[in-house]
Design a protein around this ligand. Structure first.
Ligand code: EPZ
Length: 416
């Protein structure tokens, strides 16, 4: 099993081109199922999750081809509407295919994606919304069997602004015979990216990025060529790395407004953050101070996916920082590894209280989930001595060659 070996204590200097957004491109792959014409997606990050989504499409009969950061998808020969558990279990995002499969084939058989490293990950909001659109749903032996033969538009209200549920309803509604609306929709930028992609395919979607999305069904969708948005979570992770290591890092290919909630916190901690067009400059010298209290919220609040990374800043900032995880149930598993490195943290239910220490010490650690694993890399960059991060497959689900990105900034990190 591969691992990262990090010798910490170096400042970071240089320029990073931020990867395309994992959480945008996954629903775009699902959306490709809605047409039998070719789809071309640019700025597509080369990640384990993206490869697994391509495998899911291949299992349905679609052809996918990657050339650099461009992926071509051809679903003209779709031969199945069933996603086996061996694939659904590997990728939570397989649930996005439900709406698209129903939109294309009017039938779907998808294994329950099940929980994952950060929580139970129920899909009740997805299924309730599909039921409101008259989709017949049965579950049997761990599979969800859906029949959308008599599907109809509806005015759907989500109990919670679920990103996946919002995207699933959009994917089903684009071919419905009439107008569907989604109230209390998720406002994440990835939902807006899906809207823009669907509209490039000939759909009529509006309002994405707000709490109210309207979808006017069209009879058929066509192929499209599209460039995915930048990955705001990868951008934020490298911004935090620059802040805690010190130095000066310029991030290119970012949308500053997507990451504003983090920029505010980094400034409160004493780092300099300057946005200019599609670039963000992070400059940091000396010890940071506590940014106070950080609560994860749906967009545009502080993103849950940056809770673990910002916890590393809280571990070394002067003062006490309270971090509240409001979105997922078990997203503090990496904290035990941070305490091995000398961090002073108390966790109770959804609250973690960090008492900043001046230094962390390198240690042998193991990633247990995607963003917690990224936090261990950040801790290793800041620590004195050598840190080993094992089980890095978790991290490579969402970050494209982080060891290369950080080495280019002067970090001493190798993958072995
Ligand atoms: C998306 O997950 C992202 N994944 C997650 O990123 C992200 O953390 C999350 O949105 C929140 O922003 C992708 O886009 C592939 P939700 P999703 O439905 O759609 C509960 C990462 O690290 N819920 O908004 O699954 C759920 O349990 C990943 O890149 C229900 O109760 O998130 C959670 O507590 C992790 N019932 C909350 O809502 C449902 O039917 C938010 O979930 C659906 C969700």
């Amino acid at each position: 099993m591969s691992k990262y070996i990090i010798n910490g204590g170096r400042k970071l200097r240089g320029t990073v081109r931020v990867q395309g957004a994992k959480n945008a491109v996954l629903p775009l792959f699902a959306a490709a199922l809605l047409t039998d014409e070719r789809v071309v997606i640019h700025n597509c990050p080369d990640l384990i999750d993206v490869s697994n989504m391509a495998r899911i499409l291949n299992s349905l009969g679609a052809e996918t081809e990657r050339r650099g950061d461009t992926v071509t998808i051809d679903t003209g020969y779709m031969r199945s509407y069933e996603i086996p558990s061996r694939l659904a279990g590997e990728l939570r995002s397989s649930i996005f295919t439900l709406g698209a499969l129903l939109g294309r084939a009017k039938k779907a058989k998808v294994a329950y994606p099940g929980g994952c490293d950060i929580g139970l990950r129920p899909i009740d909001i997805h299924l309730k919304a599909l039921c409101e659109m008259n989709v017949r749903i049965a579950d049997r032996y761990g599979y969800i069997l859906c029949d959308a033969t008599d599907m109809r538009p509806a005015d759907v209200t989500l109990d919670y602004p679920s990103v996946g549920a919002t995207e699933n309803v959009m994917l089903l509604a684009v071919t419905a015979d009439g107008v569907t609306t989604i109230a209390n929709a998720a406002r994440e930028p990835e939902v807006y990216d899906l809207q823009e992609f669907l509209n490039a395919m000939g759909a009529r979607v509006s309002g994405a990025g707000t709490s109210f999305v309207k979808i006017e069904g069209v009879p058929k969708l066509k192929g499209a060529e599209y460039t995915t948005m930048p990955d705001r979570i990868a951008a934020g992770t490298y911004m935090i790395a620059a802040a805690i290591c010190g130095g000066e890092v310029l991030l290119r290919n970012v949308c500053p407004e997507h990451i504003n909630s983090l920029s505010v916190k980094l400034r409160e901690a004493g780092a300099e953050v300057k946005a200019d067009g599609s670039e963000i400059l992070v400059r940091s010298e000396g010890r940071l101070r506590s940014p106070g209290c950080i609560e994860t919220r749906p967009y545009p609040g502080f993103p849950t996916d940056l809770q673990a990374p910002i916890g590393v800043l809280a571990s070394v900032a002067e003062g006490t920082t309270v971090v509240v995880e409001n979105i997922f149930e078990t997203r503090f598993k990496h904290v035990a590894e941070l305490t091995k490195m000398g961090a002073s943290v108390k966790v109770k239910d959804k609250v973690a209280v960090f008492t900043g220490v001046k230094t962390l010490n390198g240690a042998e650690t193991a990633a247990m989930d995607l963003r917690g694993g990224a936090a261990l890399i950040l801790a290793g960059l800041r620590a004195h001595g050598t840190t080993v991060v094992n089980d890095i497959h978790h991290i490579e689900r969402g970050y494209e060659a982080p060891e290369k990105v950080l080495s280019s900034l002067g970090a001493d990190i190798v993958k072995v």
